[in-house]
Design a binder for this molecule. Structure first.
Ligand code: ATP
Ligand code: MG
Length: 589
């Protein structure tokens, strides 16, 4: 099925999009000019993420503006102005300094989305230390792995998680871990060596702190990838990344000064930090943080009550909302909502169009990776949307579809609609500076002056990019290369299908057969008849060469904690192979 483009008005906006003329802005773009929209440390002492995010607003007219609105699980609310956030993060920077934690030392956080996490992140950056957030739902093993790889010197966590995740036992194998800072206290945990009470340390610390000179290239953030394709990698980012966080907020999320922004991602993965903390604050706007987990009604209530104007979420959440239908939405006044964006996985065209129907607003898909540190390809407020496309490269980003040759050279595919690997020209500020302790793996990402993303894509004649699949997931069947996303999207068009995960199953005759795992919407039951219907439905949409030959029903499709379908796990289970690294699997506990 071809989806009709969603056309954007060309005039008469209530809020004029920041990126009105894509071609012109791209042609005139320079990172230097963007850097000048930021402050820099006073006295020309460099560039520090936390200064751009907080202190420069605290020192100016935004001092009393609401920076962070925290919504607790139980319905409580806590507000922090830019002035308050600056003072609290100063205190935390002083806490670290007092403990002898300095530049480049790694500070890990293991907590839910609570205010202390945000204060700790900003304070760590102020101190010149490297912040590394972990998902609070990680079990002991993934926590141990990451702390060991990252040589974490400090762990900030809650008394509760300290016990539940058996951190006490882990400490024996973590010689670099010198301090554990406990939020919310816990008598037994506090009695352990080098354990500190967060509240006590904060109360005793000075709320003034001068950020030390920070070279833009100094390390700032360590993020582990989602582990969708294998063992997670530790991607390192520098303070300079803030230039990209800022400009992507301006162009791809269209931030305006009075916006109220909600990013639903957890800081345990890169979106929750780049956009759940840094980017909105660099714009001096209000950032909503919800401690609670996904719940359709709760989410609609937040959008309504907090008067959210810009909302950044993920396809898996959109699919869950779609599952709940448009009916619940009608009970809420979402008239403030102006812009919706999504990242993390391909956004099925069905979902883009559903957004239009449900909210009166399309959902703007954008593409990036832990490695890129910020949004690279996006659908913009003023640009027409082609449902199913990731959009166009951010001004300042050169993206191409390429074919790497055996001799290491790279051919750029200029012809439209031809599939190849998505590549980016290195040099943007939030590009990763390495995989920690994996020099060889890092080097392999580059060839002939390109960064190779590991994703397959096509570019159409008008410059829109279309995601095909991860290089590892692509199915080779009877001479065809099939991206699972295309098959999943076609299945999703059937009213009974809630989610689909598609793999290639080895076949002696045709190489691989396409097999789909499908979960159903409420009100539909798995049956042979439905299976036949879905096979026929997919065949009509995709043709016999691409359509699945087999379908199995599942209650749900396995996903990472950041909400990505783990096709490698579906495949391993189907073939009885080892399941590999499951540290990021959603149901792991
Ligand atoms: P790992 O590298 O450990 O296997 P991961 O690649 O899932 O995990 P992330 O960096 O969190 O880790 O995710 C980036 C990947 O997510 C991209 O390379 C791409 O495959 C996918 N992705 C993100 N956004 C989109 C999008 N809008 N459309 C399609 N795919 C997307
Ligand atoms: Mg990846």
């Amino acid at each position: 099925m071809t989806w009709r483009p969603i056309e954007k008005p060309k005039t008469g906006w209530t809020v004029v999009p920041n990126l009105l003329d894509y071609e012109r802005t791209s042609a005139e773009f320079s990172w230097e000019a963007v850097r000048r929209e930021l402050d820099g440390l006073p006295g020309g002492r460099g560039l520090n993420i936390a200064h751009e995010a907080v202190d420069r607003h605290a020192a100016g007219e935004r001092r009393s503006h609401l920076a962070l609105r925290w919504l607790g699980k139980q319905g409580e609310t806590r507000d922090f102005t830019y002035g308050e956030l600056s003072a609290l993060s100063n205190r935390f920077a002083n806490v670290l300094r007092g403990l002898g934690v300095g530049k480049s030392d790694r500070v890990f956080a293991l907590s839910g989305r609570i205010p202390e996490l945000y204060v700790a992140a900003l304070g760590t950056l102020k101190n010149g230390s490297v912040f590394c957030p972990l998902f609070s739902a990680f079990g002991p093993e993934p926590i141990q792995q990451r702390l060991a790889i990252g040589e974490g010197k400090v762990l900030i966590t809650t008394g509760l998680l300290y016990g539940r995740r058996k951190v006490k036992d882990l400490r024996r194998s973590l010689p670099h871990l010198k301090h554990v800072i406990l939020i919310g206290g816990d008598k037994a945990a506090l009695a352990e060596p080098a354990a500190h009470d967060f509240a006590a340390l904060m109360a005793a610390a000075d709320d003034r702190f001068e950020i030390p000179p920070t070279d833009p290239e100094e390390p700032a953030l360590l993020h582990f990838t989602s582990g969708t394709t294998g063992r997670p990698k530790g991607a390192m980012h520098a303070h300079q990344a803030v230039v990209a966080h800022y400009i992507t907020g301006k162009y791809a999320l269209d931030f305006h000064s009075e916006d109220i922004f909600w990013c639903t991602a957890d800081p345990g993965w890169v979106t929750g930090t780049s956009y759940g903390i840094v980017s909105p604050l660099t714009h001096g706007i209000t950032n909503v943080v919800d401690e609670g987990d996904f719940d359709a009604e709760r989410w609609y209530a937040i959008l309504q009550d907090q008067k959210v104007t810009v909302w950044y979420t993920a396809p898996t959440a959109v699919r869950m909302l779609m599952k709940a239908g448009t009916e619940p939405i009608r009970k809420y006044d979402l008239s403030r909502l102006r812009f919706i964006a999504s990242v993390g996985e391909p956004l099925n065209p069905e979902a883009v169009v559903w957004g239009q129907e449900a909210f009166g607003l399309p959902i703007h898909d954008n593409w990036w990776q832990t490695e890129t540190g910020g949004i690279m390809i996006a659908n913009y407020a003023a640009l027409d949307i082609r449902p199913g496309s990731m959009g166009k490269p951010l001004p300042g980003i050169e993206a191409a579809v390429v074919q790497k040759q055996k001799d290491g050279t790279v051919d750029v595919i200029h012809a439209p609609d031809i599939q190849g690997e998505l590549a980016l020209r290195p040099g943007w500020p939030s590009m990763f500076r390495g995989y920690l302790h994996e020099e060889e793996r890092y080097r392999k990402c580059f060839a002939a002056g390109w960064y190779l993303t590991g994703d397959l894509a096509k570019r159409d004649a008008d410059g829109y990019f279309w995601f095909v699949g991860r290089a590892d997931d692509v199915i080779k069947s009877a001479g065809h290369l099939i991206g699972p996303f295309e098959v999943e999207s076609a299945l999703m068009e059937h009213p009974a299908v809630a989610e689909a995960g598609v793999i290639g199953k080895p076949d002696p005759v045709i190489g691989e057969v396409v097999k789909a795992f499908v979960s159903l919407k409420a009100g539909y039951n798995a049956s042979e008849a439905l299976k036949k219907e879905l096979l026929g439905f997919a065949r009509t949409r995709l043709g016999p060469a691409v359509a699945p030959k087999e379908i199995d029903f599942r209650d749900s499709v396995p996903k990472t904690r950041s909400g990505k379908i783990m096709r490698r796990l579906l495949k391993a289970r189907e073939l009885g192979l080892p399941e590999g690294d499951l540290s990021t699997l959603e149901s792991y506990e």
